[in-house]
Design a protein around this ligand. Structure first.
Ligand code: IPE
Ligand code: IPE
Ligand code: MG
Length: 259
């Protein structure tokens, strides 16, 4: 089921495979892009080569989502905890983000994809922060899809930040503690305006969340595949979507209430 409303001619995706999916399209898909290191190891390559190959899978996923009409795609690229990796890997990843921003800019704009970074960007180098801010501004007009890239992101860190911000509102006399509701938490998360993920995909077989969007995934459907992120393609995405379609989302109610 593709959106017919606009120009999709620039998308380099396997249309035959994606057209084979005719179920409902989730509004928001989140991906824990895991397994780059193992992919590299399996190919006898240094870990950073796996991250480079992972960037190609990112382009494929972004354009597949755009083609199918997904409104929001959130990609977990670098966690708050990933800062603890060996220095050369962290450096390599930061360079890769910089390269990705330069390489993908024109394609994102041509395809109407708005990029937003979520996470603690103050930890990133000054130049990378500027490149991100520029890409966000350049891709903001005419957006048909939002790509949220979680960099230096942790779900717990995000919630702590929200609590601090609410505390500041209370100190400033703008809010009283007894009036805090879910909406107050949400508007203080990085993801404020976007709907919660409907589907979260994790590659490389690990059955865990690893600090991804803890608040927002309360009722997301989870899908884990053994495929390593650099190998994840349109066929695997359609498999995930078919699994999503087969689920009954009950939100705490009974099956009878849902039908
Ligand atoms: C995911 O791949 C990318 C990042 C966390 C930056 P990994 O680098 O975690 O790959 P594995 O899990 O070691 O295979
Ligand atoms: C999760 O992967 C973070 C990203 C995909 C960016 P990790 O490889 O860091 O997660 P763990 O360590 O296996 O939980
Ligand atoms: Mg990993």
């Amino acid at each position: 089921m593709t959106t017919q409303d606009d120009n999709l001619s620039q998308l380099h995706v396997d249309r035959d495979v994606l057209d084979g999916y005719d179920g409902p399209v989730p509004r928001h898909v989140g991906v824990i892009m895991d397994g780059n290191g193992r992919w590299a190891q399996n190919h006898g390559l240094p870990r950073i080569k796996g991250h480079h190959e992972g960037a190609n899978a990112v382009r494929r996923m972004v354009e597949s989502c755009r083609y199918l009409g997904v409104e929001v795609l959130t990609l977990y690229a670098f966690s708050s905890q990933n800062w603890g990796r060996p220095e050369d890997e962290v450096k390599g990843l930061m360079t890769l983000f910089d390269v990705y921003i330069k390489r993908e800019r024109d394609r994102l704009i041509a395809n109407g994809v708005q990029m937003k970074a979520i996470g603690d960007r103050s930890k990133l180098g000054e130049r990378l922060q500027q490149a991100i801010a520029k890409l966000e501004a350049d891709t903001a007009p005419n957006a048909k899809m939002t790509l949220q890239v979680a960099v230096s992101y942790g779900g717990r860190e995000e919630i702590v930040r929200a609590v601090r911000r609410l505390g500041a509102e209370i100190e400033a006399g703008k809010l009283s503690a007894k009036d805090i509701d879910e909406h107050d938490i949400e508007r203080n998360l990085y993801t404020g305006e976007v709907p919660d993920p409907d589907l979260v995909i994790r590659t490389s077989g690990e059955m865990r969340i690893s600090n991804f969007l803890l608040w927002q995934i309360a009722y997301a459907e989870l899908y884990v595949t053994d495929v390593l992120w650099p190998d994840f393609d349109e066929v695997h995405f359609v498999e995930a979507l078919r699994s999503f379609t087969s689920r009954e989302r009950r939100y705490g109610k009974t099956s009878a209430q849902m039908s």
